[in-house]
Design a protein around this ligand. Structure first.
Ligand SMILES: Cc1cc2nc3c(=O)[nH]c(=O)nc-3n(C[C@H](O)[C@H](O)[C@H](O)COP(=O)(O)O)c2cc1C
Length: 304
């Protein structure tokens, strides 16, 4: 039988395979253990964690849209201490890498999160930059190049963990943000986060989400995500984790060809709780069928 190497090196973060979960769609991992052999995943990326617990937004917080969904969960989470005490011991018992998505309202909060998570023994942190910066009038870190650069540079100085910067697609030119991420010391970029959207119930004339606007995810955003991964691949040398609407292995392979070295499954977990492992098995089957030995042969393999 043909030997297939599914392992990937994302800089200093080494994964046994390229399939991970997208933050916020896989809770703290344990919730999916009934459906998924978690040890088989390349990595688990947990829900965004803030310093203090957050209750999130009022309901309704999600609604279905054509080929996707809108969410305005509002970053509900157990907070740093709750995560380290209640969730991390179980996660560390698994044979997979644990990546924590972090969110702060100031640069100092991000630093505190990264430092504490490094001491607690996680494998990497992912900066969620779609958070309002309270010191800069509430503008999201991820859409303003100067504060974006300052955030990455500052966190980089305070942690030796692999640093993943998760890019927001809600910008005019994502290549600018990919380049800043690389220049300021990110080891990896991940993209895309959700695209801001809105949906209206025409009978009540009310927005379908209590928050009015929300983040669009699922297959509806996949072509945009593929385009952005391709643009970033041509702009930076650091590895890319691609996500946005992956449901099947074929979707994941599109991301590899566009330039991703690994992929994350988000909304797909809600459609099929086993989506991560189905995608992993499908990637292996595709590689065997095509005579591809290593993922390196796929990443950036787009012909044009
Ligand atoms: C319900 C929900 C919650 C999410 N929470 C987070 C989060 O806490 N942090 C984050 O960086 N991204 C969060 N995201 C974005 C996803 O991680 C992912 O980037 C996005 O949904 C695109 O991938 P998908 O189309 O496969 O879902 C969330 C998405 C959804 C649908």
């Amino acid at each position: 039988m043909m030997k297939i190497n599914l392992s990937v090196n994302l800089g200093k973060l080494k994964l046994k395979n390229p399939v991970m979960t997208a933050s916020g769609t896989f809770a703290y991992g344990k919730e999916y253990s009934e459906f998924v052999d978690l040890d088989r995943l390349g990595a688990i990326v947990v829900k965004g964690i803030s310093l203090k617990p957050m209750k999130g937004n009022p309901e309704p917080r999600i609604c279905e849209t054509p080929c996707g969904m809108l969410n305005a969960i509002g970053l509900q989470n157990v907070g740093l201490k709750g995560f380290i005490r209640q969730q991390l011991p179980y996660l560390k018992s698994l044979r997979t890498k644990i990546i924590v998505n972090i969110l702060g309202n100031s640069i100092d909060e991000y630093i505190e999160l990264a430092e504490n998570l490094e001491s607690a023994g996680v494998d990497a942190v992912e900066l969620n930059v779609s958070c309002p910066n309270v010191n800069k009038g509430g503008i999201a870190f991820g859409t303003e190049p100067v504060v974006f650069a300052e955030l990455i540079k500052s966190v980089r100085r305070h942690t030796s963990l692999p640093l993943i910067t998760k890019l927001s697609p809600n910008v005019a030119n994502i290549k600018v943000f990919a380049k800043i991420s690389e220049d300021e010391g990110s080891d990896i970029i991940s993209l895309i986060n959700t695209i801001t959207g809105m949906s209206i119930n025409i009978r009540s004339r009310r927005p379908r989400l209590a928050n009015i606007t929300g983040g669009l995810s699922g297959p509806a955003i996949r072509p945009i995500a593929i385009r952005m991964v391709w643009e970033c691949y041509r702009t930076v040398r650091i590895p890319i984790i691609g996500m946005g609407g992956i449901i099947t292995a074929e979707d994941a392979i599109e991301f590899f060809l566009a330039g991703a070295s690994a992929v994350a499954i988000g909304t797909g977990n809600f459609v099929n709780p086993k989506a991560t492992l189905d995608v992993l098995d499908g990637i292996r089957a595709f590689m065997a069928g095509e005579g591809i030995h290593s993922l390196k042969e796929l990443t950036g393999g787009l012909k044009w």
